[in-house]
Design a protein around this ligand. Structure first.
Ligand code: ARG
Length: 466
């Protein structure tokens, strides 16, 4: 086992306690960021005159070489070192001797680990954003394919009003566009250089932190060294953005589990994205969607775990903070995998127009009947009562509006006339909507064009079918 602090102690660390505290097995994922940060630190030491220029140059060259080796053979990032920072320093000392031992001058692992995680999120968040945009693109493709197809929208999970199938798909695209922006906020929050904070009080060397921030591509420097040593707000913001995105994927999954199910069958899952039963030959199960729904729990758990870790910490760095990384990596992996599989499932969906349209007809046109009466001068509350009584009668007789004769309509209200039959249909209901966020076909096609333009803009690629 290698540590950076053995000088203080009479004996070697207890093996089990050391193993308990060691983090290389998961923070090796920060290798690239750790080396990147160290290259910039070596240059900053050189600029500050702490190291002669040629020694800073040798350190930089050796670190670049280390980066190349680590990238070409990731399995080499391993050993009995306490953490990734120790690992990198050990390799550097092996290669350069005392020059390697000078790299940590004026620097602490407390700020280094914060730096690494910030750099990591800065390069990984765009990957998640891209995967989210790809799901949005797949939903937009399904919306475009659906054209003027109809389905019921639900409230309280009871059929509520007819909508375009395209409107339904876009209702799942829009939250993911918000998630994309939320991930961008997490990236912005991580975008501050913590170096120069030292272990807690700052550094006694004349490091130009603004220059160092520019060198590492940060837009600003943290404001307070004590705060910086334990600030993981950016990690919590990231976990919140991941959890929120998973919540949206989970709701989409739940909708598809139900609406592809035998009771509805508005959509059909691709065979390749379904699973069978070991016993019941007829089963076609939506396992990938159920897993996304299930994994949302652990992603929310990562956020709650970090917040719980943070809430009781006394001022400054505490080792509890090491718990941030497994939460961040776990949320990232779960979200990336889930976005990928949801994209595949959405890409493989087929629409059963007849079933979906049939479910959009019937008593869920009651609001349109009431609006018809309002259009002829009846106060809405009164119209609601008249139509409610009509619905009560139809339910008792097992019928719907389409079966009413003109005499029956007029028995309910003499404001009904011969035009009523063609006015009370799902297509007319949808076309009657007037607001830009509604299911009116014109509004939906405007929204669809906006969503597609957004996908093109954020991915630099047009989704299929434009
Ligand atoms: N592995 C540690 C972490 O993740 C690195 C920082 C260690 N600092 C310390 N003072 N022990 O937080």
């Amino acid at each position: 086992m290698t540590t950076l602090w053995s000088g203080r102690f009479d004996t070697a660390p207890d093996a089990a306690a050391f193993e308990f505290g060691a983090s290389l097995r998961f923070d090796r994922r920060l290798f690239e960021d750790d080396v990147t940060g160290s290259i910039a630190w070596a240059r900053a030491l050189g600029r500050a005159g702490v190291l002669p220029a040629d020694e800073a140059g040798r350190l930089e060259d050796a670190l670049r070489d280390l980066l190349r080796r680590g990238r070409s053979d990731p399995s080499s990032i391993d050993g009995s070192d306490e953490d990734v920072h120790t690992f990198v320093e050990r390799l550097l000392v092996d290669q350069l001797g005392d020059s390697g031992r000078r790299l940590h001058t004026g620097r602490s692992r407390n700020e280094q680990v914060s730096l690494d995680l910030r750099l990591y999120l800065r390069r990984r968040i765009p990957v998640l954003q891209r995967a989210a945009a790809d799901v949005v693109g797949a939903l937009a493709d399904r919306a475009a394919d659906a054209g003027d197809a109809l389905m019921p929208a639900f409230t309280h999970f009871r059929p509520a009003q007819p909508v375009l199938v395209a409107h339904f798909f876009l209702s799942h695209a829009v939250p993911l566009i918000r998630d994309h922006a939320r991930l961008a906020l997490a990236r912005d929050e991580a975008d501050a250089l913590p170096l120069g904070s030292g272990a807690i009080a700052g550094t006694a060397y004349a490091i130009d932190v603004d220059e160092l921030a520019r060198d590492l591509g940060f837009s600003r420097v943290v404001a307070n060294s004590i705060d910086a040593s334990s600030d993981r707000d950016f990690a919590a913001t990231f976990l919140y953005a991941c959890a929120m995105t998973m919540v949206h994927l989970s709701r989409l999954s739940e909708d598809l589990v139900i609406l592809c199910g035998d009771e509805h069958r508005f959509f059909e899952l691709a065979d390749a994205l379904s699973t069978g039963s070991s016993m019941m030959p007829q089963k076609k199960n939506p396992d990938p969607l159920e897993l996304v729904r299930g994994k949302t729990g652990r992603t929310i758990g990562h956020l709650v775990a970090l917040l719980t870790t943070l809430k009781g910490l006394p001022t400054g760095y505490n080792k509890d903070l090491q718990e941030d990384k497994e939460a961040v990596f776990g949320a990232e992996d779960t979200l990336l995998g889930s976005l990928g599989v949801v994209r595949l499932v959405v890409g493989g969906l087929t629409l059963n127009r007849t079933r979906a349209a049939a479910a959009a007809s019937g008593l869920l046109l009651a609001t349109d009947v009431a609006d018809y009466l309002v259009g002829r001068g009846m106060p809405f509350r009164r119209a609601h009562e008249v139509v409610g009584a009509l619905v009560r009668k139809l339910v008792a007789e097992g019928r719907d509006f389409a079966s009413l004769s003109l005499d029956e309509w007029r028995a309910a209200s003499d404001l009904f006339d011969a035009a009523v039959a063609e006015r009370i249909t799902p297509a007319v209901s949808v076309a009657a909507k007037r607001t830009p966020q509604s299911t009116a076909p014109g509004a939906v096609s405007t929204r669809l064009a906006e969503v597609r333009a957004w996908v093109t803009n954020v991915t630099g690629q047009e989704s299929a079918g434009i």
